[in-house]
Design a binder for this molecule. Structure first.
Ligand code: DX5
Ligand code: ZN
Length: 228
């Protein structure tokens, strides 16, 4: 599988001290930074938008991995591109029916093209209940470079990992050996081995990193598990 990327979720950081937390994650060896952007519509929570993402961009060299939990991802693409975000990962369910209709594929294709035209990598996220088959055409036609398999219902940090999502990760890994497969939700030293074994290589962890006594050790442990 592709190289491991550890992406601490800034959602569990101290929002009054985001710059400091972003910098220390890079120092701990995390090459990605996961930014959960929620609009209060797609999910019942409201978090970070362009002004804050722009401030984060100025503080860190990390790959800014924006997880867009918003109802209208296309609306944000240009602005995030201008800010210098690296990865723009939208939710399939925000753009399409499940499974997507023929018309939906047209919309998905233009959204992914727009993301790339604005200088970002495109990713698609699916909720725990959304089948892998719904995103296969997006991978097959090279529309996305990453699939995010949510291992909790999106909206909040600190929830429990859903092992029932692992068959989906396994299925995608078997079919796409080179694909970046991200897992997000309830990942920490206790659950990482299951996710890594299923084939995930891009690892998001919020509370497990930020609430740890030794966050650096957790980042190291996560990486070791994915690389072994
Ligand atoms: C939840 C977010 C996650 C969240 C994960 O909607 O997408 O990125 O921060 O937090 P933990 O790792 O605490 O489950
Ligand atoms: Zn997330």
């Amino acid at each position: 599988k592709p190289s491991a990327k550890i992406s601490p979720s800034i959602l569990s950081a101290d929002f009054a001290d985001l710059g400091k937390d972003a910098v220390r994650m890079w120092d701990y060896g995390a090459e990605w930074l996961h930014v959960d952007c929620m609009d209060g519509h797609f999910v019942p929570n409201l978090t970070i938008g362009p002004p804050v993402v722009a401030s984060l961009r100025k503080r860190t060299k990390a790959f800014l991995d924006c997880h867009m939990m918003v109802s209208d991802p296309a609306f944000w693409v240009e602005e995030y591109g201008k800010i210098g975000v690296d990865g723009f990962c939208f939710h399939l369910e925000s753009v399409a029916q499940v499974p997507p209709s023929q018309e939906d594929f047209g919309k998905l294709k233009s959204l992914c093209e727009m993301i790339k035209d604005n200088g970002m990598r495109a990713g698609v996220a699916i909720k725990p209940g959304t089948p892998a088959e719904s995103v296969e055409p997006l991978v097959d036609f090279g529309m996305v470079e990453m699939v995010l398999c949510m291992t909790v219902e999106p909206g909040f940090g600190g929830q429990s990992f859903k092992p029932e999502v692992m068959p989906k990760v396994k299925y995608l890994r078997e079919k796409y050996p080179e694909l970046d497969i991200q897992v997000d939700g309830g990942i920490g030293p206790k659950t990482i081995d299951i996710a890594a074994e299923a084939g995930a290589n891009v690892i998001v962890a919020g509370s497990a990193v930020f609430l740890a006594e030794d966050p650096k050790l957790v980042v190291t442990q996560l990486r070791k598990s994915v690389e072994s």
